[in-house]
Design a protein around this ligand. Sequence first.
Ligand code: ADP
Length: 252
Amino acid sequence: ANWKKIHVQNRSKDELFEMEKTFNEMMDHLKDNFERQETFVSDASHELKTPISIVKSYAQLLERRGIDNPHLVKESIEAIHSEADRMGKLVEQMLALAKNKHHALMEQVDIVALIEETVTTFQRAYTREIIFTNHAVDAVILSGNRDQLEQVIYILIDNALKYSEERVEVDFDVWDKLAIIKVRDYGAGIPESEQARIFDRFYRVDKARSRDTGGTGLGLSIAKAIVKEHQGELTVQSTVGEGSTFTVKFPI
Ligand code: ADP
């Protein structure tokens, strides 16, 4: 918000009424923001508590029964590693969310090349089919932050792979001055009643499944925030049992 000193002397009734309205709107906005921050901090602490308590209990186990028990030592070390990774990921993603509030460096980005590179990175790491189809003719240059745009594509492909077992398709097209990226999977799908909530911070449809695959519930909220910063739109279409398609639209 732009804070300006407001002078109330010599104002007409209408002007004062307008000022009161603006003031109240501003206060509501601040209150909403404050409540969102509070919720975020409390959710974040809650999410960090689980890995911390797992690490703690393995440390206690090692302390009591670690000597002469190589099997337990191995299991504990693996668990501690994996929980430390999880905490690292949580902290990194929380920082990504906090960072989005400030304007990132905007540059000219060849979005087609960026998608291609990201898909290639995944193809190298997975044996699964990940197919990229570019339906647009020319190279498409967007004004945006390269790292953030890459993060959006990364999150959507990563999810498609996590929540399905078959091939993943990535499509690019240009329509009506919009760059349109679609990431489609043939997995379990998302019930309609959950589709709006998956973009909320820390929200997961299936907590256990998401945790097993390394999920934090922050990916889509990061993607949504980045897309919004770029004046774009992120939506989902999904049918249970058939799969999901996430669509990103950026103005060119
Ligand atoms: P997570 O780290 O748990 O994957 P996200 O914010 O990326 O967090 O996604 C939130 C939730 O939305 C996931 O836990 C999952 O339940 C659901 N979801 C996301 N992408 C898909 C998908 N492609 N297919 C099915 N469910 C999905």
